[in-house]
Design a protein around this ligand. Structure first.
Ligand SMILES: NC(=O)c1ccc[n+]([C@@H]2O[C@H](COP(=O)([O-])OP(=O)(O)OC[C@H]3O[C@@H](n4cnc5c(N)ncnc54)[C@H](O)[C@@H]3O)[C@@H](O)[C@H]2O)c1
Length: 328
């Protein structure tokens, strides 16, 4: 079986590609290596995948921008994937306030290109794509369930992810394509994105700088370890009993207080953190908390990793990857 993974040089794409290779899938990675964050990290991930010798599956990489429809069409025609795992996107809630147009371009137009390429394939592939917990906006009913209303996003990023879910429904309905959306909840782990809170906290702690804590620390996040996310993706991709269209939460089902997360990270790194308390930032939400019953019932998903287990693994990777910068 052949899987095309868009955003394969990204944090989640890299881990998903590694696991599909281990499971014997032939993986075609696709990424345009955007410079939203350190491109060296993306290149290192792609090199690690290319050096994956022991896997039973094969790996190749296409450097393609999903907004370049002609190139994307050619990739689909030449590769004829059985499954498309669409993870490429412009992520980041706060960045979408200052850079709105790239979200429209990559997350909306790019997503439409993926739908069109799937639709026109000789054998339309199953499409599994990344949505986000941010579609729940400022909802206060916890935990977030897939049946909750999601009509009030508070960032453009969230609005584009919700738009993807609606566009996917339309294509699935019109063309009988199988499309499943997964709403990821704050993913973390080794090879992490440098723009995410845990990375920013680790960087500040290791350089003895104050940590910016928004909403005076009164924030809660459902932190999901990368291995659990990949497990949920694999189960979704490999299941043959899912409906033509559906949306699932993929989270940990534990809403952690941000200050506790900071404390766990600080203990792991052996530092006393300095906190700079700040007001809520535009586009942010106070809390996320995933109901995971629907995905559990559909494919047997059960997350395994607490933050007490996952944060030390992330911290060890962080210190080792940024050894030169953190040893000074
Ligand atoms: N990490 C999280 O906590 C989280 C939470 C919710 C949803 N998501 C979603 O999961 C997906 C993967 O997120 P991630 O954390 O791995 O992000 P990431 O930024 O590490 O990975 C995204 C990859 O997509 C690539 N890309 C961006 N624009 C592209 C384009 N136009 N053409 C081709 N490639 C392009 C980037 O170069 C990058 O390697 C995204 O869709 C994101 O919105 C992530």
């Amino acid at each position: 079986m052949k899987i095309l993974i868009t955003g394969s040089a990204g944090f989640i794409g890299f881990h998903a590609a590694s696991e599909f290779l281990r499971r014997g899938w032939n993986v075609i990675g696709l990424d345009s290596f955007t410079d939203y964050y350190d491109v060296r990290l993306k290149r290192n991930r792609a090199e690690t995948l290319a050096a994956f010798k022991k896997s039973p599956g094969t790996y190749s990489l296409r450097e393609v921008d999903i907004c370049d429809l002609e190139n994307l069409r050619q990739t689909f025609a030449e590769e004829t994937p059985d499954v498309v795992l669409h993870l490429a996107a412009q992520p980041g809630v706060r960045y979408s306030i200052s850079h709105p147009f790239v979200y429209q371009k990559t997350n909306v137009e790019g997503f439409l290109n993926i739908l069109e390429c799937c639709r026109h394939a000789t054998r339309p592939p199953k499409l599994v794509f990344a949505s986000s917990s941010s579609v729940y906006g400022g909802n206060t009913k916890m935990p977030f369930e897939e049946s909750d209303r999601v009509d009030t996003p508070v960032s453009l990023y969230a609005a584009t992810k919700r738009a993807n879910e609606l566009m996917a429904h339309t294509y699935s309905h019109l063309y009988r394509m199988q499309i499943i959306g997964l709403r990821f909840f704050t993913v973390y782990g080794p090879w992490y994105r440098p723009d995410m809170a845990l990375s920013l906290f680790a960087d500040a702690m290791l350089h003895d700088r104050p940590i910016k804590v928004f909403n005076n620390g009164d924030m809660f996040r459902d932190f999901t370890y990368i291995d659990d996310i990949v497990n949920g993706i694999v189960r979704t991709v490999e299941s043959d009993s899912l409906p033509l269209y559906d949306i699932f939460n993929l989270g940990n089902h534990r809403s952690e207080k941000l200050l506790d997360v900071i404390e766990t990270l600080a203990q792991t790194l052996g530092v006393t953190p300095k906190l700079e308390m700040l007001p809520m930032q535009a586009g942010d939400v106070k809390a996320t908390y995933a109901s995971i019953e629907k995905l559990h019932n559909a494919v047997g998903y059960v997350p395994q990793t607490t933050i007490q287990e996952g944060i030390p693994v992330f911290a060890r990777w962080y210190k080792s990857y940024y050894r030169d910068e953190t040893s000074s």
